[in-house]
Design a protein around this ligand. Structure first.
Ligand SMILES: NC(=O)c1ccc[n+]([C@@H]2O[C@H](COP(=O)([O-])OP(=O)(O)OC[C@H]3O[C@@H](n4cnc5c(N)ncnc54)[C@H](OP(=O)(O)O)[C@@H]3O)[C@@H](O)[C@H]2O)c1
Length: 264
């Protein structure tokens, strides 16, 4: 069993914990990496773009922990299994795994090519990538016997259908990742590994800068809280879910979208 907190001192601290974050080199992944580093965690960033990873590590450096990056393609199960060995050896045992890497596409199913490339690309990254990482790093966490925590970054798109942008692969992958979260919470509970998901909505990242102004204004108007989310708010939620304060929380999907899915 995971012991409950006794008081609020250090209840939100990740001091000395090792966090492995896919897609931690930019966007929401970097915000989660930064929030966890500021909360005392060591961070390993797993991604494909080495230059962006180097920039991200430089951003984390002032926080004074151990920060490393590793080449990773979450779609490739064999390399992910090998990477779990490498990360454990070079970075240390994983306490926190954040499955954040994700891609999207806008295309209606009937307009896709005959290989359904868009479908498989998104499913292989957003769903299978999460499964691959959970398999490889989950085994390491189980075998180390220290418990731990897995956080999957899904999306509020798992709950709604975006009428203006056809995103069936993305919505389907994220909905499946949410239920995978539930299943893993039940399977891994006996190893003291908690599994939760964060489902962000529209958040101010590089991507959101490309949303046409009329759509941007429309979305803001639809939101009960009247604005896009900020990456640091996703980071703060991830820190909470990974912290001792959340010791009794598993199998949850927390939507963090300013109330958008309730009113869109
Ligand atoms: N931004 C939003 O408003 C929003 C809303 C809801 C949900 N989300 C979810 O939040 C997560 C992060 O989104 P974001 O907006 O920060 O996206 P982003 O800026 O496009 O970053 C995507 C990240 O995923 C990594 N990645 C993609 N494919 C990969 C692969 N095959 N192997 C390893 N890493 C891979 C990328 O790194 P490399 O290219 O270097 O590999 C990058 O770090 C995603 O799961 C996304 O679906 C975002």
């Amino acid at each position: 069993m995971i012991p409950p907190i006794k008081n609020m001192q250090d209840a939100f601290s990740l001091k000395g914990k090792n966090a492995v974050i896919t897609g931690g080199n930019r966007g929401l992944g970097l915000a989660i990496a930064s929030a966890m580093a500021q909360s005392g965690a060591n961070v390993a960033i797993l991604c494909r773009d080495r230059a962006k990873a180097a920039e991200a590590l430089a951003e984390l450096e002032p926080y004074g922990g151990k920060y490393m990056s590793f080449d990773c393609d979450v779609t490739d199960l064999k390399s992910v299994i090998a990477l779990a060995d490498q990360v454990t050896e070079e970075f240390g045992p994983t306490d926190i795994l954040v499955n954040n890497a994700g891609v999207s596409c806008v295309n209606e199913l009937l307009d896709m090519d005959e290989e359904l490339s868009d479908w498989y690309k998104v499913l292989n990254t957003d769903l299978n990538g999460t499964v691959h990482m959970t398999y490889a790093f989950g085994k390491k966490m189980r075998d180390a016997g220290n418990g731990g925590c897995i956080i999957n970054t899904t999306s509020n798109a798992a709950f709604i259908v975006n009428k203006t942008q056809a995103m069936s692969p993305y919505s389907s992958a994220k909905a499946a990742a949410n239920h995978f979260t539930h299943c893993m919470a039940v399977e891994l509970g006996k190893y003291n590994i908690r599994v939760n998901a964060i489902a962000p909505g529209f958040t101010n990242t590089e991507l959101s800068k490309w949303i046409p102004k009329d759509q941007f204004d429309y979305i803001n108007n639809q939101m009960p809280l009247g604005r896009f989310g900020e990456p640091i708010e996703i980071g703060a939620l991830a820190v909470y879910l990974a912290s001792p304060a959340a010791a009794q929380i598993t199998g949850t999907v927390t939507v963090i979208d300013g109330g958008y899915i309730l009113s869109c």
